[in-house]
Design a protein. Structure first.
Length: 383
């Protein structure tokens, strides 16, 4: 098994991991390796194209429809708004003009009610949320980014840390580093990675008790040639007590295809007993009930059940909590792991836990903490 060296290992190639790599590069620290277990970058940022096929988040395009995070709120998340501007990304407001449809019972036709603008206003990106990943990828050395590398153990080795990975193509490798940044959810880190010596029991308990935001959920998207519902004065938004989707929104892409997407209200345990094809068929039928035959026949559709994704969810993530929780400690306060292991995934953000803004916030604060002993200053991005 080969032994390779770097100053910093980042475990996870989603928004927080890529942000941390960029921050370190801005500090002149390029002796970094980023280890991502998936075959591509992006983590919980996942998009499909107009044919409903999953796409490489590092390749930007107009027709991108999100099955992971979709929006952000500039008025509530000003530092993240500056971050978006610094990356030079085009954004636009979520479409919410027109009436909303409401399904109350299976035996009653949908009600049409007056819609209202969301407050504060939510924004989306030209090309979907993957535009964040593409922009960061363009600013990093591709040689430092290793996909298909699943970290299985992290061991203290004297003054260093050995990070052992299993490679998708087979075999193992070990990286000897000075610092480890955990750019994945706390619960997933505690579940998937063996720490030698073990982390403090109270810290591990806190990490295991921190739910991974949206991990119990599933999302569905239907793609159309045009947003025909707007011709009827409808916003594309709907609420349903019938299902399978409980909340639906217009996620059409300016200059590209139209789309509707929704959150499934069917519990993860029930979804696991139903085929994806059947779930999609039920979603299409619901769209037909709401917006008519045209809505029931999209040109393409896609579904992502995050609860069934072992790189996102654990057995403890099968029940939705429904609210954000307090961020756990990001690192041990004493013992052999003090000063060399730091959590930077979104759930470690004290203010925006689970959100895209939380990923950037946690990465910024985590890198700042990691470099504190060297008196290096890591500015909050965009300030």
């Amino acid at each position: 098994m080969s032994l390779q060296r770097a100053r910093v290992a980042i475990v996870g190639g989603g928004l927080s991991g890529l942000t941390a790599a960029w921050l370190l590069a801005q500090q002149g620290i390029d002796d970094v390796v980023l280890l991502e277990s998936r075959s591509g970058l992006g983590g919980r940022i996942l998009s499909v194209d107009a044919q409903g096929a999953a796409v490489d988040a590092t390749v930007p395009a107009i027709d991108r429809f999100d099955l992971g995070p979709t929006w952000f709120w500039p008025a509530l998340q000003p530092q993240f708004d500056h971050f978006v501007a610094e990356l030079g990304l085009a954004r636009f407001p979520q479409f919410d003009e027109g009436d909303v449809l409401v399904e109350r019972t299976p035996h009653q036709a949908p009600l049409r009610v007056q819609g209202y603008p969301s407050a504060p206003a939510s924004m989306r990106w030209q090309g979907g949320t993957g535009a964040l990943i593409a922009a960061l990828h363009q600013r990093l050395d591709p040689a430092s980014l290793r996909t298909g590398h699943s970290v299985c153990s992290v061991r203290r080795a004297g003054a260093h840390v050995d990070v052992e990975v299993e490679k998708a193509e087979g075999g193992r490798a070990t990286w000897r580093v000075d610092q480890v940044l955990l750019a994945l959810p706390p619960r997933l880190a505690a579940h998937r990675i063996s720490f030698e010596p073990t982390l403090p029991s109270e810290l591990l308990h806190r990490w295991r008790q921190t739910p991974t935001w949206m991990a119990p959920h599933a999302k569905y998207v239907a793609i159309y040639e045009a947003p025909f519902w707007r011709e009827q004065g409808l916003s594309g938004s709907a609420r349903s007590a019938v299902g399978p989707m409980t909340e639906i929104h217009d996620v059409s892409m300016p200059g590209g295809h139209a789309a509707l997407f929704g959150f499934l209200g069917v519990p993860a345990q029930v979804r696991s007993q139903v085929s994806e094809a059947d779930l999609r068929a039920h979603c299409r039928a619901q769209l037909g009930r709401l917006w008519g035959a045209r809505a029931a026949a999209p040109v393409a559709d896609a579904l992502k059940d995050w609860a069934a994704d072992p790189m996102t969810a654990t057995d403890d993530d099968q029940h939705p909590l429904g609210h954000h929780v307090e961020a756990p400690p990001r690192s041990p306060g004493a013992g052999p792991w003090q000063g060399c292991l730091t959590g930077i995934g979104s759930e470690w953000s004290r203010e925006f836990s689970g959100y895209l803004a939380g990923a950037v916030d946690a990465a910024t604060e985590g890198v700042r903490a990691m470099l504190a002993t060297g008196h290096a200053r890591v500015p909050i991005l965009g300030t």
